[in-house]
Design a protein around this ligand. Structure first.
Ligand code: FAD
Length: 505
């Protein structure tokens, strides 16, 4: 470790000790803090004896809400992509924040890791249990606690899914805009700082979460903020937990911003000769300030997959799917301005999806893109990954990625929430062929490094999980990664919260 970094780390420990003094930690300052900094060693797998003792304690308290069958355990490890399944030892289903706290205290007593579980749709190995432990499945925590129509916010339990929330809100004329392709839990979405097709207009989970209730690794329950739309009152614990992937605490309740359903919504599609032309049109659309609600790219491979999967007949060339929100006149004007930009890049014509059912079918097809892509190579494993770059670099990054795919002969459809500079690539790999695995690993590595070289990020929305940990230092530098490690150690000194994710200790 170089000297500068060492000094930084000591200062960081002091800062973090004051910042997050909680639970077993005492509030200390200055050099005292560096000496008393919690020492966390790399986690060992939980012993059979501690798992057996914990299993007995949990069963006594929670009865048939504790599961240890191989099938349930496997389902609570990673199942969706080529990341190896690492099941937990025990799965438990709490019903309240207090029950989560009880479970966490029991796990802490036995020194057993905890992996929070929402709906298990994360894509980078987030829910795997490399050190064994207890998966705390929040799917029974489904209360919509309050909807404050006049303030445009609501409070929900972590197990409510995004579709369930929108179903509940529809009659009130309100909606919750964040829409990952899967029907994920709100707790999981907060934990991964998720977004989706609407993020270009409505932001990501970091923008819509006003406050959280969370259970810390020592079982303590904290509320991070109030319902106020803005606040300058102290450190922003809400945003510390949003995106922490269950490594700092378990989110049990979330206060969310809502939006009124717009007066007019119109959607449409527009084809382009190349992905570069489509991305150039996106860049100009964003730079000229057209407030698109959704602007999604599908390359020609993905369009073909969607046509097959969703029985559509979209033109099989690079395609943008758009949606505009506003007044009738506003929506019309936005669409016209977009049509002019598309034409400048040889795109078009812009085709409207006027009827609500047509629109829903189009967006459902977009949300099913992951499953559609899998159909292109039956039996192959899917490697779904994402990167994000500043919008001005989007065309360059997508184009270079497309060239890379063509050169190495991968089947790897591209889709993207391109209004944010965010795109996904989904290589389909024969995992029985080591050469193919190696080629795909190398491709993903180039993809990430290309995005980082363009001042982008290794993940715009899927998160770090296990697979992107190695890129955090490249992206943030040793000092920032060191600070993340210090925060983790301060809040979770025994490293029981989702160990082996985000930061290696
Ligand atoms: C078809 C498909 C499309 C997708 N499209 C998108 C997309 O467009 N945008 C996007 O952002 N993502 C997308 N994803 C990824 C995934 O849906 C998101 O990451 C989602 O936010 C995960 O939510 P979940 O409830 O499934 O969480 P899980 O997978 O169960 O957990 C994810 C992580 O959060 C932690 N966690 C879960 N619940 C809690 C909690 N209550 N408190 C603390 N930590 C918790 C877990 O420990 C884990 O680290 C897609 C996935 C699929 C399969």
């Amino acid at each position: 470790m170089n000297e500068g970094y060492g000094i930084f780390l000591i200062r960081s420990v002091a800062f973090a000790t004051v910042l997050v003094a909680m639970g077993e930690m005492s509030i200390t300052t200055g050099s005292e803090a560096s000496m008393n900094a919690p020492q966390v060693t790399a986690r060992q797998k939980a012993t059979d004896a501690s798992i057996a003792a914990l299993s007995s304690d949990l069963s006594q308290r929670f009865g048939d809400r504790v599961a240890t069958s191989a099938a349930v355990r496997e389902q609570h490890g990673h199942t969706l992509t080529w990341v190896k399944n690492q099941p937990p030892d025990i799965v438990v289903y709490p019903r309240t924040t207090e029950e989560v706290s009880e479970i966490v205290k029991l796990c802490a007593t036995h020194g057993v890791p905890i992996i929070p579980y929402g709906t298990g749709t994360s894509l980078e190995g987030h829910i795997n249990a490399p050190y064994g432990g207890v998966s705390i499945d929040l799917s029974l925590m489904k209360r919509i606690i309050a909807v404050h129509d006049e303030d445009l916010d609501c409070v929900v339990e972590a197990g409510v899914t995004r579709k369930e929330l929108n179903e509940f809100l529809r009659d009130k004329g309100l909606f919750f805009p964040i829409d990952p392709g899967a029907d994920a839990s709100i707790g999981g979405m907060a934990a991964t700082r998720a977004s989706g097709t609407n993020a270009v207009r409505y932001g990501t989970m970091k923008d819509v979460v006003l406050a959280l209730t969370a259970v810390l690794p020592n079982g303590e329950i904290v509320k991070t903020a109030s319902r106020a739309r803005k606040s300058s009152a102290g450190y922003d614990l809400t945003r510390l937990l949003v995106g922490s992937e269950g490594t700092l605490g378990i989110v049990t309740e979330i206060t969310l911003k809502l939006h009124g359903i717009p007066e007019a919504i119109s959607a449409g599609i527009c084809s382009f000769p190349t992905v570069k032309a489509a991305c150039d049109a996106v860049i100009m659309t964003i730079q000229t300030g057209i407030p698109v609600a959704r602007i999604e790219l599908l390359d020609e491979v993905q369009v073909k997959a969607v046509n097959l999967h969703s029985k559509l007949s979209l033109p099989e060339s690079p395609l943008l799917l758009m949606e505009f929100h506003g007044s009738e006149a506003g929506v019309q004007e936005q669409a016209e301005r977009f049509g002019e930009i598309a034409a400048e890049f040889s795109g078009g014509p812009f085709e409207w999806a006027t009827k609500p059912e047509e629109r829903s079918r189009l967006w459902q097809a977009r949300h099913d893109a992951y499953w559609a892509a899998k159909g292109l190579r039956p039996g192959a494993q899917s490697v779904a990954t994402d990167v994000c770059v500043p919008i001005s670099r989007l065309a360059e990054c997508v184009d270079a990625t497309k060239q890379d795919i063509l050169e190495i002969g991968l089947i790897a459809p591209i889709v993207g929430h391109v209004g944010d500079g965010n795109f996904h690539v989904q290589p389909l790999v024969n995992t029985d062929d080591p050469a193919e695995i190696e080629a795909c690993e190398a491709f993903v590595d180039r993809l990430v490094r290309r995005a980082l070289a363009m001042e982008g990020t290794c993940t715009g929305e899927h998160g770090v999980g296990q697979k992107k940990m190695k890129y955090l230092e490249v992206e943030h530098g040793p000092a920032a990664l060191g600070l993340m490690r210090v925060l983790k150690q301060a809040i979770d000194p025994h490293n029981i919260m989702n160990p082996g994710k985000i930061v290696a200790l």
